[in-house]
Design a binder for this molecule. Structure first.
Ligand SMILES: NC(=O)C1=CN([C@@H]2O[C@H](COP(=O)(O)OP(=O)(O)OC[C@H]3O[C@@H](n4cnc5c(N)ncnc54)[C@H](O)[C@@H]3O)[C@@H](O)[C@H]2O)C=CC1
Ligand SMILES: O=C(O)[C@@H]1CCC=N1
Length: 264
């Protein structure tokens, strides 16, 4: 098996979906283990991968193993599989807060580790993933893992000290963006627009704005100013957002998010 997942939930599904779609691996080269029969059946039906209830089977057979259980289950899962992790295997983690140092301690031996933080837009091939390999991962292996991660979006290697910031700016941030979209759509509905149409207009506006930042490389403040006509509608909306602490609310939320990540 080329790739294994311990836990076949939301993130595992998003990641393997991208990998299969891009043809990096065939479904029969991927194995996933999960304690939930329903979880295993769901993923098998969706992607046709091999599934098992035995974490050790997935851990032993995969060349690259992704630990895709919730952070709370990392300790017991690693204890269960650590004897199946031989020298050549690469273990990829996707949990917030689980440092390379902590992971090494749990395995109780030297293991090739790549700590990453993906996000759910991976489901549509537009993920943003940060990766920190440990010193045992060779340049060739690093390139191989990045190639796998690039199947579902953009990837950057970052220093490990930035990982809590990454959790707040890209790992968790889709949730805040969805809240913004809900609020925008509710306001449009209040102004008379049908709900489905409101989601489409709001989502396309957010998508297009994000694309402008990425494609033009221009400062977001400059792009904001381009929308604000003198004595116009937008500057009035900006004034009310500022009065209600919009930016501060986002920054406070992200600070809280990063702090929780650091304690996990
Ligand atoms: N959902 C998200 O937006 C993101 C999640 N992550 C991380 O990804 C990891 C997985 O999160 P989700 O996919 O959202 O969770 P999930 O709850 O959808 O999936 C976890 C899966 O693990 C299975 N599981 C639980 N204990 C197990 C065990 N002992 N052995 C085998 N399988 C077991 C569960 O049955 C479930 O199917 C977490 O560490 C999370 O922090 C990272 C970035 C984004
Ligand atoms: O909420 C969480 O803990 C996970 C990590 C990043 C996104 N979801």
């Amino acid at each position: 098996m080329k790739l294994g997942f311990i836990g076949t939930g939301n993130m595992a599904g998003a990641i393997m979906g991208g990998i299969i779609k891009k043809g990096i691996f065939k479904p029969e080269e991927i194995i996933g283990s999960d304690i939930s029969e329903q979880g295993r059946e769901r993923i098998k039906k969706m992607y046709g991968i091999c599934v098992t209830a035995d974490n050790k089977e997935a851990a032993s057979s995969a060349e690259v193993l992704i630990l895709s259980v919730k952070p709370q289950f990392y300790e017991e899962t690693i204890a269960e599989i650590k004897d199946c992790i031989e020298e050549s295997k690469i273990v990829v983690t996707i949990a917030p807060g689980k440092t390379l140092e902590w992971l090494k301690g749990q395995f109780g031996k030297e293991v090739k580790l790549v700590r990453t933080m993906p996000n759910t837009p991976a489901m549509v091939g537009e993920g943003m993933t940060a990766a920190c390999p440990n010193e045992l991962v060779t340049e060739e292996e690093k390139a191989y893992v990045l190639h796998i991660l690039e199947a579902f979006g953009k990837v950057e290697i970052v220093p490990e000290r930035l990982m809590d910031a990454v959790v707040s700016v890209s790992g968790s941030s889709p949730a805040y963006v969805f809240m913004l979209l809900e609020a925008m759509a509710d306001a449009a509905v209040a102004a008379g627009m049908p709900r489905q149409q409101a989601y489409k207009f709001a989502a396309q506006a957010v998508y297009g704005s994000a694309k402008m930042v990425l494609d033009t490389g221009r400062h977001p403040g400059e792009l904001k100013d381009m929308v604000c006509s003198p004595a116009g509608t937008t500057i009035e909306a900006v004034r009310v957002l500022e009065k209600n602490g919009f930016r501060s609310a986002v920054m406070e939320a992200m600070k809280a998010c990063a702090e929780v990540s650091g304690k996990m």
